[in-house]
Ligand binder design. Structure first.
Ligand code: GLA
Length: 729
């Protein structure tokens, strides 16, 4: 008996030691620490989030941020990592559940944590549990030390006898304690994507959210920058850059509380989405991907770019295809012969592929405009008598690859599909139907619809294994919001729809892992890091006016690498030169969307040369480090450069937008070069017969000189561009 007591005592001591050891959970990258602490009340609080602490010994001194009550007593309200609802925290929670007995509270306590190695880093997994209700929440933190990226998501599960009602389900909460907070948001619209604006946050909430369902980011992009103390700046200052991987309704809540602390809550938008969670069903939140930079947004973007190419984007390390698209050139008006000629034009231009856009399908309901045909993915016999096989044959004869446009999640009421399956469309049973672009969104929560959408791709690929590329569009938000499939569970529609979309993306990627696919959504309304697990690139905007593109591409570059951003040369803004338009598109994944007949002989020669230059330099432009040197938001110019990882090659892009008369021009100071290395500076992408006017063209400078003194590459000419190749000697 005595022995047993001693044994029990030893075991108890051991457990206590273990409990103290686990009190702090350090989630680190090479540059940042996110330190969580289990407080004596058993709950998990954020103790620290900031630049990496040098001394491990300091960690035990970190507070766990509980608040003093007005009477001086300490309350458990604090920086709770996964704050519950219905208790002492009066601000926005991470989780809210109504249990079967009607109790709306959730309080989670720490149970255990573990770590495991993942590709590129480490994952910390923390289990929390409510001690009054059988609810488990598992927090995941994947850290990528070198790139200073953390991604976090949570899993919610319960074992009550019946489903519970879930009405808050954040990916996480991050807390900040600063004097001032400045939010940069990326508002959007069709042809006006990723417009940056900054505001200071004040007491209360600022919410960035969308309720569009599909084409969900049409009005706001799923990412933000948060300047701590001062507005986010390019080359200095502390800034949190965050983005949620969710191709549907998202919501970022920024809430400053009564004591001036800020909580940032990335989540699926709970709007109209109370979720009935069945016992043992796991509700997985989207990934929130974030980085804290103490060197401004430039460094944060470079970290995101490198991380995304390595670990997130489909085939992020692979090559990309240059292309000629026919949309802006022909719209719906083409036939087999014309396409054959365009393929020859693609070859003549020097691009890798011809991409056939909208208008190639539908027979009973031919897709000759946007009123009919969506859903009927059979080649239109009147336009294309030989179908897709003949087009592939023609592309082979021309010597280019062939890709095709689809929009498989949508249906026109004028289609065989709708006639056969009206119940597959999201549509209210008892109201007049509202059509956005004359179409409806298919109900992706329905597994039969998922099979159908998967089969659209699978059938084309099975019949045409040489199909080299898809442009996957999504032009409509969810309208007439009612799922015939979900019946009395309409609260699941927005969430299950997106999950259904992912099921299909998953199946496509599993069966065709090497198939490059462009993510498109009436321009750039679907640009997020979850979809990019399945897609190789995205269409930034239908707006290809080069002046507008300067801002749009600048905006998206804050989060995404140039490799994922498709930019095409078109006839938008013919007041600008073909050279200017091409030089703007050349800073991303280059394509063309015009007829060569629109070009004169010199312009054509110029384009051929620019394509060849881009292909020669694409390793630098797509895989190099990007430095945004001069912001179009600050002046009448813009400059950006890319540096190869070995620093032996760099490409500088310099654009003049609308310079003022006799404006003072500043030199562009380069970045990222080796200061001790000598580099030759050469202007490329010149019109035939036009000599460079760059004063130092052909000269050699040290990297130090180029970074401290810089290059006078700007001019006072409207819509002027320079592309400068910088080569180590
Ligand atoms: C969307 C896309 C365009 C084009 C059209 C076709 O608007 O963004 O690039 O593909 O659809 O209808």
């Amino acid at each position: 008996m005595k022995k047993l007591t001693v044994l029990l005592l030893i075991m108890l001591c051991a457990m206590q030691v273990k409990a103290t050891e686990q009190k702090f959970i350090r989630i680190s990258t090479d540059a940042t620490d996110l330190i969580l602490q289990v407080a004596p009340n058993g709950r998990l609080y954020q103790s620290y989030y900031g630049s990496k602490l040098m001394n491990e010994v300091d960690i035990k001194n970190l507070p766990y941020y509980v608040h003093a009550g007005s009477d001086g007593s300490v309350t458990p309200r604090g920086w709770e990592v996964y704050a519950g609802s219905g208790a002492e925290d009066y601000f926005e929670p991470a989780i809210a559940i109504t249990h079967n007995d009607g109790n709306p509270s959730t309080i989670l306590r720490y149970v255990s944590s573990e770590r495991k190695e993942i590709t590129g880093g480490t994952e910390t997994i923390i289990l929390l549990r409510d001690d009054k209700y059988p609810v488990d929440v598992t927090l995941h933190y994947a850290t990528y030390p070198k790139e200073n990226i953390i991604k976090t998501w949570s899993e919610i599960k319960h074992q009550e006898k019946k489903p519970v009602t879930l009405w808050r389900y954040a990916s996480t909460i991050l807390y900040f304690n600063n004097a001032n907070y400045f939010l940069t948001e990326f508002s959007s619209d069709w042809a006006r994507e990723a417009q940056m604006s900054t505001q200071q946050l004040q007491f209360g909430k600022k919410i960035l959210d969308t309720k569009l369902g599909s084409r969900a980011a049409m009005h706001v992009q799923p990412f933000f920058q948060l300047g701590l103390e001062q507005p986010a700046q390019e080359q200095q200052g502390n800034v949190l850059v965050g983005t949620i991987g969710w191709t549907g309704n998202f919501r970022f809540t920024f809430e400053i509380d009564n004591v001036g602390n800020l909580r940032v809550i990335p989540a699926i938008n709970p709007y109209a989405s109370t979720y009935e969670l069945k016992p043992n069903e796991v509700f997985t939140t989207p990934e929130f991907i974030f980085t804290l930079s103490n060197q401004g947004t430039g460094k944060a973007s470079r970290n995101l770019h490198t991380w995304a190419r390595k670990y997130q984007i489909n085939n992020g390390q692979g090559d990309r295809l240059t292309l000629l698209n026919n949309w802006e050139n022909t719209y719906f008006d083409f036939n087999q012969e014309l396409l054959g000629n365009l393929m020859k034009e693609a070859k003549h231009l020097g691009v890798d592929m011809f991409l056939l856009d909208d208008g190639w399908f539908g027979n009973k309901h031919p897709r000759n405009d946007d009123h009919a045909g969506l859903g009927d993915w059979e080649a239109m016999r009147s336009k294309l008598p030989g179908g897709i096989p003949a087009l592939i044959q023609l592309s082979k004869e021309a010597g280019v690859k062939f890709g095709i446009w689809i929009e498989p999640e949508m249906v026109n009421p004028k289609s065989d599909l709708f006639e056969a399956h009206p119940e597959w469309a999201i549509r209210l049973p008892n109201r007049e139907t509202y059509y956005y672009r004359n179409q409806l969104v298919l109900d992706m929560s329905n597994p039969k619809v998922q099979d159908y959408v998967f089969n659209v791709v699978d059938k084309i690929m099975t019949e045409n294994p040489e199909m080299a590329y898809f442009k996957w569009d999504c032009n409509s938000p969810i309208t007439n919001i009612y799922s015939p499939y979900l019946e009395n569970k309409q609260g699941q529609l927005y969430i299950d729809h997106v999950r259904g979309v992912y099921n299909v993306f998953n199946r496509v990627k599993a069966k065709y892992p090497n198939l490059p696919i462009m993510l498109c959504s009436g321009g750039g309304a679907r640009c997020d890091y979850e979809a990019l697990k399945y897609f190789t690139e995205f269409w930034c905007s239908d707006n290809t006016d080069p002046i507008e593109r300067i801002y749009i591409q600048w905006g998206f570059s804050q989060i995404f690498p140039s490799k994922a951003m498709c930019a095409h040369v078109t006839s938008w803004n013919k007041n600008t030169s073909v050279k200017f338009r091409t030089d703007i598109a050349s800073m991303c994944k280059l394509g063309f969307d015009l007829g060569l007949k629109d070009l004169n002989a010199d312009e054509l020669t110029y384009c051929q040369d620019a394509v060849a230059n881009w292909k020669r330099l694409k390793k630098v432009i797509l895989d190099g480090e990007q430095y945004r040197l001069v912001s179009p938001y600050d002046c009448n110019h813009m400059s950006i450069m890319y540096v190869a990882p070995d620093k032996n090659k760099s490409v500088l892009f310099a654009y003049d937008i609308h310079p003022r008369f006799q404006e003072k021009l500043l030199p562009i100071k380069l970045q990222g070069l080796n200061p001790e290395q000598m580099y030759k500076v050469e202007e490329i992408n010149l019109m035939p017969g036009v000599a460079s006017t760059l004063d130092v063209n052909g000269k050699i400078f040290s990297g130090d000189y180029l970074m401290k003194v810089g290059l006078n590459a700007f001019t006072t000419t409207n819509a002027n561009s320079r592309v400068i190749e910088i080569t180590a000697q």
